[in-house]
Design a protein. Structure first.
Lengths: 153, 171
């Protein structure tokens, strides 16, 4: 098997204990280039995410980040620690967008382990992910259930 | 300067604005929308999305790893599947609307691979008046995404604030 096939993530099912809370190391400033690219590439046609001229007449005054980008960015920031060894993503629930995110805001991610159960192929873990902006304001939270590999050997 | 001289081109004053989408009054519980377009997810989409969001699961960008993990091809990031299905539903459901409030009961039913084509369908589950803002209501839909074999790959419930006719949702 090639070296490319043998790359391995660090955290396995055995590393998650119910009640654990993690702060993920990296944050990311959501640039227009991130948010508008993703919004447009998934065919989200809502102008509020890519037309500053239209949005200049609203209370917020500029285009806002599409909520799917916020969800994906926060789960992405949590992914090295909670998805690197994912076999399959199974479900999401109680996804809440709690405050608008603007271009230039920075997102940080936290995760809490709600449940962890053995499975034939590995283990099923349910996380609650939290997304926090540069002012420490909670902008997103949601639950995600994923099948994760067990530690080899 | 007369108003005619301010026109960007002759005839601009005769242009009829073509409005997409629906407003609160247009939705009826049980109504089904077969969304337009469809989207083939290719390798560039998947790698760009997974890397821009720092989603470091090699199944989404390392073909050798995906093969060693039992897949014929690179898997599409399930969050890209979710966003694409939601994206295709926006014009019919929420483009004229207002803030996106949340997602519930999302299930990934089947893996999606690079080169697969997704289409989306939504059913209106619920609509209710807002208690705090008479200009808007709250509508809930079930959206389903299917692949090119008409197999269900994802479904979820979404709720949005939706502006009433002639009103604008406050953001």
């Amino acid at each position: 098997m090639s070296k490319a096939a043998e790359v391995q993530g660090r955290r396995f099912f055995e590393d998650y204990a119910v009640g654990d809370v993690y702060k993920h190391f990296r944050g990311k400033t959501v640039k227009e280039s991130d948010a508008v690219t993703i919004c447009n590439m998934v065919l989200n046609s809502a102008s509020g995410h890519f037309n500053d001229d239209v949005m200049s007449g609203t209370a917020i005054g500029e285009s806002i980040v599409y909520g799917g980008v916020t969800i994906s960015m926060v789960i992405g920031l949590a992914a090295q620690d909670t998805a690197e060894n994912a076999i399959r993503e199974l479900a999401m629930d109680n996804i809440k967008l709690l405050a608008p995110v603007k271009h230039g805001d920075t997102l940080y991610a936290y995760s809490e382990v709600l449940d962890a159960a053995e499975h034939d192929e590995g283990g099923v873990v349910t996380f609650r992910h939290y997304g926090v902006n540069q002012h420490d304001k909670l902008v997103f939270q949601g639950e995600r259930t994923v099948l994760i590999k067990k530690r080899p050997g | 300067m007369s108003s005619k001289e301010k026109l960007p081109f002759p005839g601009a004053d005769r242009a009829k604005l073509l409005l997409p989408g629906n407003q609160y009054e247009d939705f009826e519980v049980g109504q089904v929308f077969e969304h337009h377009w469809g989207r083939t997810l290719n390798g560039g989409d998947n790698a760009l999305f997974s890397c821009l969001t720092l989603h470091f699961n090699p199944n989404y960008f390392n073909a050798e790893y995906a093969r060693a993990n039992g897949h014929d091809r690179i898997l599409v990031n399930p969050l890209l599947v979710f966003n694409t299905v939601l994206g295709m539903s926006v014009e019919d459901l929420s483009e004229r609307g207002g803030p996106f409030l949340g997602i519930n009961e999302l299930t990934h039913h089947r893996s999606v691979y690079e080169g697969d084509t997704l289409v989306a369908r939504s059913t209106v589950l619920d609509k209710r008046e807002s208690t705090s803002n008479p200009d808007v209501g709250i509508v809930t839909w079930c959206t389903e995404g299917f692949n090119q074999h008409d197999e269900l790959v994802i479904d979820y419930r979404r709720s949005n604030i939706v502006a009433k006719r002639g009103r604008r949702a406050r953001i």
